[in-house]
Design a protein around this ligand. Structure first.
Ligand code: SF4
Ligand code: SF4
Length: 384
């Protein structure tokens, strides 16, 4: 994007910011850094000044605009509802046009162009998580035709800390007798990291490939355990298939009597709303409805829940661009979780799992961090 386009598309938006500062206490980047440039207000002021030609695209602007998790809590808590994150993403596109962006992004772009995944491994490795499963069907959950596609996502496929999500979700679907398939090596990254990097024009090849796979398989529904894949498909893909998050699909299966819960130890758990599932996709009730159905489980809400949920630190490519800042945000998230008194936090996002449990492990904090699919499978009885 050119600065002139930024002016046409975003000047009115950033000009809506009246500098009141109500958003400050909510922005996870500001609450950790305590710096004015990090605030939504600061970002809006800088973008406006660039558009007005008062300042130039300095390295400091790059640093500012690439430090935003995309959580959109600022917009939620802002009276004029300024879309700061949209202006930030547009600003990133301008910076990319000027070849002025964190060079770590190039590694991901190269991985996506070569292997169609973010980890730069051969794409066939997308199913390595399956090796831990015993007694799986001969088709290994890869069929030519199926009514449902489970789109696993790069993080769950390639990062061992998130492998439990596909390992448990395929077992849930299998036990519930769902006619489903995964795409295996034919699943390509959804394109989310490119949007966050300000390079959304590079995602078209990925989008077209994945859309084509849905047609070939004849799927009526595509299910995602990753909120960012889910949100990206809902916003950027064109398909006749129904798009559902795993929590929505599990809730449906419970309603149809295909999932029943046999057991559950008496315990308190809290639930973290992932930004891309809750605030950004408006899925708040499905995970809570599931947790409330599990015997023995007592749901204790976080201070920041539903629309006011605070990011774990893993959004907006922040972990890749500034891991220390991402970890500092995760620390505050863990402190908020600990204040509930629950020793277990459940979420429904592979990136939240990585960010929160990564910090907890590194700092030897005793905290159970689990995806909702794990909790569901456990309550259904023994695995496959
Ligand atoms: S972004 Fe909204 S809440 Fe924040 S300073 Fe501007 S007007 Fe106020
Ligand atoms: S989207 Fe989140 S991280 Fe970015 S400015 Fe708004 S509140 Fe801060």
């Amino acid at each position: 994007m050119k600065t002139e386009q930024l002016k046409t598309l975003f000047y009115d938006e950033v000009a809506k910011c009246n500098h009141c500062g109500f958003c400050l206490a909510h922005c996870p980047v500001y609450t950790v850094t305590g710096r004015e440039w990090a605030t939504p207000r600061g970002k809006n002021v800088l973008v406006k000044a660039i558009i007005e030609g008062k300042i130039d695209w300095t390295p400091e602007i790059e640093e500012t605009l690439f430090r935003c998790t995309g959580c959109k809590l600022c917009t939620q808590t802002c009276f004029p509802a300024v879309e700061t994150n949209q202006a930030v993403l547009a600003g990133r596109e301008c910076l990319v046009d000027r070849k002025q962006y964190p060079k770590v992004v190039d590694r991901v772009v190269e991985a996506l162009e070569t292997h169609f995944n973010i980890s730069n491994e051969p794409n066939a490795n997308r199913t390595l998580w399956m090796e831990k499963l015993e007694d799986i069907p001969d088709h290994r959950f890869q069929k030519e035709k199926a009514r449902v596609i489970y789109f696993v996502g790069c993080v769950a496929a390639f990062y061992p800390m998130a492998h439990k999500i596909p390992q448990t979700f395929v077992q849930i679907l299998h036990k519930a007798d769902v006619d489903f398939t995964i795409l295996g090596g034919e699943e390509w990254c959804c394109g989310f990291p490119l949007i966050q990097a300000g390079m959304k024009e590079k995602m078209q090849k990925l989008v077209e490939h994945n859309q084509e796979k849905v047609k070939e398989i004849g799927a009526e529904t595509v299910v995602f355990a990753c909120p960012s894949c889910f949100h990206t498909w809902k916003e950027k893909y064109q398909t006749n298939a129904e798009l559902l998050h795993s929590t929505q699909f599990i809730e449906r299966l419970i309603g149809e009597g295909k999932i029943t819960f046999q057991n559950g130890a008496d315990r308190a758990v809290t639930y973290h709303d992932p930004c891309d599932l809750g605030r950004n996709s408006k899925v708040f009730d499905a995970p809570r409805n599931i947790l409330k159905r599990i015997p023995g489980l007592n749901l204790v809400e976080l201070e920041g829940n539903r629309q006011l949920s605070v990011c774990c630190g893993g959004g907006g490519d922040l972990e890749m661009i500034d891991p220390a800042l991402s970890a500092a945000i995760a620390q505050r998230k863990i402190e908020e979780i600990q204040r509930t008194g629950a020793g277990e936090v459940v979420t429904s996002c592979q990136q939240c799992i990585r960010t929160i449990s990564g910090y907890a492990r590194k700092h030897k904090i005793k905290l159970k961090v689990r995806d909702i699919t794990e909790v569901v499978l456990e309550a259904m009885g023994s695995p496959l």
